[in-house]
Each structure stands twice: as structure tokens, then as C-alpha cells.
Design a protein around this ligand. Structure first.
Ligand code: ZN
Length: 203
């Protein structure tokens, strides 16, 4: 199973990080070991104290008539070691150490079938950190809609049944700390409620 992620897919977020609006999707991968098990806490990694939350719509992929398409949607967290990512970007190096580390991906268990949304319906989502809304958005704000993302990714790699696609984050990203409570909402419904724990000590 692959975890395919899209960067800079919301204009307001690209701007807050000082990035240009991309003219085609920015794609990166996370390994399966990045996934936090359901209901487990978010454990901060030992190598960085600058981990940012990015809440995103996460689509699951099916194949029909030889083509990939999204069939269900949920929400997830693309956790990012921001200062490390910045340093890698400045050196022109790949982002994996900042984006693909173990524990860098959380996906809520409950998915909703896309068929259940009327055409054009906005899929709203938001993240609360310690009870305060820090990020909110909907799929209508995506620079590249899900169909365009899948078509673009498939020019380069097969999308398989069960692969997950993180579709980018709206503005409002920020640092998380041990003790934080992160609540994710899809269409107003609470889908995850996670505690953030400190990195295991190596003393
Ligand atoms: Zn992201």
C-alpha cells in the first residue's frame, strides 16, 4: 500500500510558507511505517522539536476498468518537521526525512463514500488544537481537484486498490507540542481525537 501526498494544493497555504502556486501537482510519498495505528497517540520524533500539523482530506483509491479513481474520503494528518523541510528545500534535497518519518501520518478510521455527496457538494473539514480551530477548509479550495490529482499521479506511478492519497492542507499549519489534543472533523463530525506525546527519552 502506498501513501501518496500532494503538497501546495491550497493557495492560502502555499502563500503562508512563501511558496509559489504550482502549475502542476507537487507529489511525494510516505512509507507504510509512517502510519500511526488507530487510536494510538501521536508520538513526537526524537530528531526535531518543530513538528507541524497539516490536516488534509485523505482519499482511498479503487481501480475500475483499469483506471484508478477515488471512492471514499476521510481526514488525516500529514505531520511535517518544518524546519528540517525548510533546510532540505534550501539545499534542493528531497523532503523524505521531514515528511516520511515513522509516525508522520494519521488517517481517521471512518471513510465516507464519495457517491453519497451530491455533485458539487463541498466536503468541509477542520482541525482543533486544544479546543481552538487552527485549520479549516473544503475540497472546493483545492488548486487541483481529486480527479486531476489522480490523473497526474498516474502519469508517473500506478495507483493501486487501497492506496491512500493525502490531498494537501489549507492555511493555518503550526507547531504541535507534547500534551496537545488534536481533534479532526469531517462535515462537522468528530473523526479523531488524539493526544500528542513527547519523544521517547534516550537517556
Ligand atoms: Zn501535507
Amino acid at each position: 500500500m502506498k501513501i501518496v501526498c500532494i503538497g501546495r494544493n491550497y493557495g492560502d497555504h502555499a502563500k503562508e510558507l512563501g511558496n509559489a502556486i504550482p502549475d502542476e501537482p507537487v507529489v511525494f510519498l510516505k512509507p507504510e511505517s509512517a502510519l500511526v495505528p488507530p487510536h494510538a497517540p501521536i508520538v513526537l520524533p526524537g530528531f526535531s522539536d518543530d513538528i507541524h500539523h497539516e490536516i488534509e482530506l485523505v482519499y482511498s483509491v479503487i481501480r475500475k476498468n483499469g483506471r484508478a479513481q477515488a471512492d471514499k474520503v476521510s481526514i488525516g494528518l500529514d505531520l511535517t518537521a518544518r524546519s528540517l523541510q525548510q533546510a532540505l528545500k534550501e539545499k534542493g534535497l528531497p523532503w523524505e526525512k521531514a515528511k516520511a518519518f515513522d509516525g508522520s501520518a494519521y488517517v481517521a478510521e471512518a471513510f465516507t463514500a464519495l457517491e453519497s455527496f451530491p455533485a458539487g457538494h463541498h466536503i468541509d473539514f477542520m482541525l482543533k488544537r486544544n479546543g481552538k480551530v487552527v485549520q479549516s477548509g473544503h475540497n472546493g479550495q483545492m488548486l487541483f481537484p481529486i480527479e486531476a490529482l489522480i490523473a497526474n499521479v498516474e502519469r508517473y506511478m500506478l495507483l493501486d486498490e487501497g492506496d491512500l492519497l493525502f490531498s494537501g492542507t489549507p492555511a493555518g499549519v503550526g507547531r504541535i507540542e507534547a500534551g496537545d489534543q488534536l481533534e479532526g472533523y469531517l462535515l462537522g463530525e468528530l473523526l479523531f481525537d488524539l493526544k500528542v506525546e513527547a519523544a521517547p527519552s534516550h537517556a
